[in-house]
Design a binder for this molecule. Structure first.
Ligand code: FES
Ligand code: FE2
Length: 336
């Protein structure tokens, strides 16, 4: 947990609406068959569960019967989420059951059920879920609009891809709006000042295309074998999902997900995978050093993010990069 700061209370520091898009809520391995878990994202209480047939579902947390929270079990399930039976989650309070589409599938103690339930109407809010790249994602739109794009499949990150390592996961709480964090991708100059790289990396490409964005940076990185040319390619799909390829030192892929907890509190989930071939021949230390270095860089960025103010019109100089293009692209995800 990042420390709470006096400046967190300053709501004028960053005032932007929550963006829409696909957002990470759990890694696949964090939700086993028959398991449920409470989630707190988008300023809401939610619950994720994995049905007996293995499908991940996300529904609103409060039971439509009398309002119990579905994410906290009792008796044999105390300390975990509520029970899952077949394709439904079981409310801990009176045992009503709900499927992932928010329909009530069973009231165990009443032969007669309310008309809405008899008609099969949805009585509990449910979320669009996608599971790929070892990640469970949900679609959030403040106005409840259906998905406008899809997350992308990353073949390297498939659970059964043996050529790549199991993910090394780092989760962090960051106390700012996620747009401020996303801006890092177009900010070449900060690498030298915040992260101590020898030179300011060169932006080789920066493309904004519909819901996605793609950038490429060339850097010179110090390694135990001397300074080498390294390349950083990043691709974002919406505001919540980015994939960053580091090549040149030891092929590493970062799946960087940002999910809003509130408008000014973002949870960052970083999963790193590395090409096993690149770690062979005594390169394991180099691979570990690269991860440690990237992890350190994120901690350094957070010192800035947790305290900086969002300026609508920053005083930019020529070499600052595509900030305003980035913000124009990002603004499509901000509806108020
Ligand atoms: S509150 Fe959920 S079954 Fe009664
Ligand atoms: Fe950074």
């Amino acid at each position: 947990m990042t420390e709470m700061l006096a400046s967190d209370k300053d709501k004028t520091r960053v005032n932007l609406p929550m963006p829409y898009g696909w957002f990470h809520v759990l890694y696949s391995h964090e939700l086993e068959v028959g398991q449920s878990k409470p989630l707190n994202y988008f300023d809401q209480e939610l619950v994720a569960f994995r049905t007996e047939s293995g499908v991940a579902k996300v529904v609103d947390a409060y039971c439509p019967h009398m309002g119990a929270h579905l994410g906290y079990g009792v008796r044999s399930h105390s300390g975990t989420g509520a029970a899952v039976v077949g394709e439904s989650i079981v409310c801990p309070f009176h045992g009503w059951q709900y499927n992932g589409e928010g329909q009530c599938t069973k009231i165990p103690y009443s032969a007669k059920v309310p008309p809405r339930i008899q008609r099969g109407e949805q009585v509990l809010g449910s979320w669009q879920v996608r599971e790929m790249n070892q990640t469970i994602m949900v679609w959030y739109h403040p106005e409840g609009i259906a998905p406008l794009f899809e997350p992308e499949l990353i073949p390297e990150a498939a659970a059964d891809n043996d050529a790549w390592t199991a993910p090394h996961i780092v989760s962090r709480d960051i106390y700012t709006h996620m747009q401020e964090i996303g801006e890092n991708a177009v900010d070449a100059a900060h690498f030298h000042f915040v992260h101590g790289t020898d030179e300011i990396p060169e932006v080789a490409a920066q493309v904004f295309d519909g819901h996605s964005m793609h950038g490429s940076l060339s850097t010179r990185q110090p390694t135990p074998r001397g300074v080498v040319d390294a390349n950083i390619e990043n691709r974002s799909v919406g505001p919540g999902l980015s994939h960053v390829w580091f090549t040149g030192i030891c092929d590493t892929l970062l799946l960087a997900s940002l999910t809003p907890v509130t408008k000014t509190h973002t949870r960052a989930n970083y999963a790193y995978i590395q090409k096993k071939e690149a770690l062979a021949g005594g390169n394991a230390k180099l691979g570990a050093a690269l991860l440690a270095n990237l992890d350190r860089q994120q901690a350094e960025d957070i010192i800035i993010w947790n305290r900086k103010k969002h300026y609508k019109r920053p005083l930019l100089c020529n070499a600052d990069g595509a900030f305003m293009q980035f913000r124009r692209w990002y603004s499509q995800f901000l509806v108020e």
